[in-house]
Design a binder for this molecule. Structure first.
Ligand SMILES: Nc1ncnc2c1ncn2[C@@H]1O[C@H](COP(=O)(O)OP(=O)(O)O)[C@@H](O)[C@H]1O
Ligand SMILES: [Mg+2]
Length: 288
């Protein structure tokens, strides 16, 4: 079982796109995936075809301990993944958590009973370093994946993020690891993209994934169809790149230095029979 959080305090760098693209690609391969939408803006939820305003039980309820997380998840048989959805109410959790004991580990506690049911738990973080992100970091037992947009000043934001990770290590979770940095929105027509990519690799070396995600209009279109790229345009440059990224993650996770991903077949989650299906999308291929 692996749990990764997708973090970067900058918005618009590809956290949500990476979380749902990896999740859907793993799901397509028969790997059991839970996507946790920990952002009150609920982009992962809407990118998967769920109207956040319609979510009455979601990450908020699990986080504040009002309901077990297993009662709040939605299953998508078509996309072969499970979502703990966000809703605007999640913004309130930041405030309610402040007065809770062990407030930084609320998400970890909420997700613990689910861990045996999934091979991968992928947590999509908000674009901030507040309490929801700290909860995601503490829950990210297998490390964080940091999408880095290939644009000017990318490194400046990363040093602030690295300091935050260090603070979480020294105060809450000493084992917090960086699983990798992923270069996103790479535009091969610009010199800037190449310069930023070289600079990030020069600075962070091996922790930068080999796969680079290109800027690709299909990735920008997919959310409006409520579909991940693996279903919307699997053979677009973006779809191919996220497939390669998935392979790189799986290979790394299976390497002898790390523990290999568990592929056991879990039972259906308690409460899953009563949960609404995730989205009502029909087939898988919606053009390329
Ligand atoms: N590689 C890409 N090429 C083109 N558009 C992208 C790409 N990755 C993400 N996008 C789009 O850019 C916007 C920001 O991406 P998103 O994943 O939501 O970032 P974050 O979660 O970090 O805020 C979204 O509209 C998304 O569809
Ligand atoms: Mg996002």
């Amino acid at each position: 079982m692996r749990t990764y959080a997708f973090v970067n305090q900058k918005g618009g760098v590809g956290k949500t796109t990476t979380a749902i693209s990896l999740g859907a690609e793993l799901g397509r391969r028969g790997i059991k995936v839970l996507i946790v939408d920990c952002d009150p803006q609920a982009n992962a939820t809407s990118c998967l075809g769920i109207e956040p305003g319609s979510v009455t039980e979601g990450a908020y309820d699990a986080l504040i301990g009002r309901l077990p997380a297993s009662d709040c998840v939605l299953h998508s048989p078509n996309l072969k993944l499970t979502l703990l959805p966000s809703s605007p109410a999640l913004a309130g959790a930041q405030i309610e958590l402040v007065s809770m004991a062990e407030r930084e580990s609320a998400l970890q506690r909420a997700l613990r009973p689910l861990s045996g049911h999934f091979d991968y738990i992928l947590i999509d973080c908000p674009p901030s370093l507040g309490l929801l992100t700290v909860n995601s970091l503490v829950a990210a037992a297998s490390g964080v994946i940091i999408p880095v947009q290939c644009e000017y000043l990318a490194l400046e934001g990363l040093s602030q993020l690295m300091q935050t990770l260090q603070r979480v290590r020294s105060s809450l979770f000493p084992a917090l690891a960086v699983r990798g940095m992923l270069l996103t929105m790479y535009d091969s027509r610009t010199r800037l993209s190449k310069e930023v990519a070289d600079e990030v690799r020069g600075h962070f070396g091996d922790i930068v994934f080999k796969t680079v995600i290109p800027r690709n209009v299909r990735l920008a279109e997919a959310p409006s169809h409520g579909l991940p790229i693996a279903a919307y345009a699997p053979n677009s440059p973006g779809g191919i790149a996220y497939r390669e990224f998935t392979e790189e993650v799986l290979e790394g996770d299976a390497a002898p230095t790390g523990k290999s991903a568990v592929r056991e077949r879990a039972n259906r989650l308690p409460g899953s029979e009563t949960s609404a299906p995730l989205g009502d999308r029909d087939g898988v291929s919606h053009g390329a």
